[in-house]
Design a protein around this ligand. Structure first.
Ligand SMILES: Nc1ncnc2c1ncn2[C@@H]1O[C@H](COP(=O)(O)OP(=O)(O)OP(=O)(O)O)[C@@H](O)[C@H]1O
Ligand SMILES: [Mg+2]
Length: 328
């Protein structure tokens, strides 16, 4: 059974349509990435899932319980890390967790055990008596995770869990999320692409409130490109080389960047046999120098841009996009 089930979810704020006909589900043991640019509807979707906001229409279930009609049971199975975690900065970590435990009416012995488990799972034992206001951002985020898992929920909803953290802290939180996800269902939102491709096996991309793609990071890339990208380092007249490349029937797109005295061409090709050989023959056949020829995979960034930008827009910006890709 899926621990999270969202069917045809829509939400409008007055006349503003924020989420439109979104459907997906998450089984136990899976970490799902909800990816989208600012204003895409991520937080809205997650708040509805967490029971903080009623849907305008559609069905949302957590561990089989309807978030509208069985909200208490649904909430009991769900932990939520909001975009901005409301932490009481003057409390110690332990006192804060005790406060949350009481608010969730975990009584007596259960409370102590829950706090100790959360401290251990989020590796907070060393700072349990520290005032939250004195913790680093990374540690504060762990406190946020600890309050989310205090009642040991099956489902975790994490809204941009790594935002504002430095690279080392991001690595640590990522590891922690992976561990927390082993026996739970987790949904985390992000607009940072490498982020979701690193933690999540499946990604739902939303844009302007609608699901535009759902797949594994790898197959999203493969499906969208429907071909292969080659990188060529060529000594030769840039415009002529580009024009020749573009004229080939198996070439879908070409981007050129200066690389010192040479030019790097990123060439998107239809998947056919011997494309590499054909490209090499083409360049050397014109008497140009071929310094390098290799396959270059498209990044999730490219895929994301293509999915969330209209076709014409992609054309206009493709040069810039390639440049970013090449630097990365
Ligand atoms: N309370 C509200 N009243 C009116 N409009 C809202 C409200 N909350 C969000 N919106 C609008 O709904 C849309 C979706 O917002 P949401 O916060 O869900 O996006 P998001 O994907 O989380 O964005 P971000 O990456 O910036 O956090 C946006 O256009 C936003 O302006
Ligand atoms: Mg948001």
């Amino acid at each position: 059974m899926s621990l999270v089930q969202i069917e045809h979810l829509s939400k409008h704020y007055g006349p503003k349509q924020a989420v439109t006909d979104v459907s997906f589900s998450i089984p136990q043991g899976e970490i799902l990435g909800l990816l989208g640019p600012n204003g895409a509807g991520k937080t809205t979707t997650l708040r509805i899932l967490a029971g903080f906001l009623p849907p305008s229409s559609g069905l949302v279930r957590v561990a089989g319980f309807d978030v509208l009609t069985q909200s208490l049971e649904a909430r009991r199975h769900l932990g939520y890390l909001p975009e901005n975690v409301p932490l009481y900065t003057e409390m110690t970590v332990r006192d804060f967790l005790a406060f949350v435990a009481r608010a969730r009416s975990l009584g007596g012995g259960r409370e102590r055990r829950a706090i100790n488990n959360a401290l251990e799972e989020c590796r907070l034992e060393d700072v349990r008596e520290t005032i939250i206001g004195r913790l680093s951002r990374g540690y504060r985020q762990r406190v946020g995770l600890a309050q989310a898992i205090l009642h040991d929920p099956d489902v975790l909803v994490l809204d941009e869990p790594t935002v504002g953290l430095d690279p080392r802290q991001i690595t640590e939180i990522r590891q922690l999320i992976r561990q927390l996800g082993e026996r739970r269902a987790i949904i985390l939102s992000s607009h940072i692409l490498p982020e979701v491709s690193m933690i999540c096996r499946r990604v739902v991309i939303i844009n302007e409130g609608r699901v535009v793609a759902e797949d594994s990071p790898d197959s999203l890339v493969a499906r969208l490109t429907g071909g292969e990208r080659w990188s060529l380092l060529v000594r030769g007249p840039r415009a002529a080389v580009e024009e020749t490349l573009r004229a080939q029937p198996y070439v879908l797109d070409v981007a050129a960047q200066d690389a010192g005295a040479l030019t790097r061409f990123l060439v998107d090709c239809r998947s056919e046999e011997e494309v590499g050989e054909a490209l090499a023959g083409l360049v050397t056949g014109h008497g140009w120098g071929l310094r390098e020829l290799r396959t270059a995979s498209m990044s999730l960034e490219d895929v994301f841009l293509r999915l969330t930008t209209s076709e014409s827009h992609v054309e206009e910006e493709s040069g810039e996009e390639e440049a970013v890709h090449a630097r990365g």
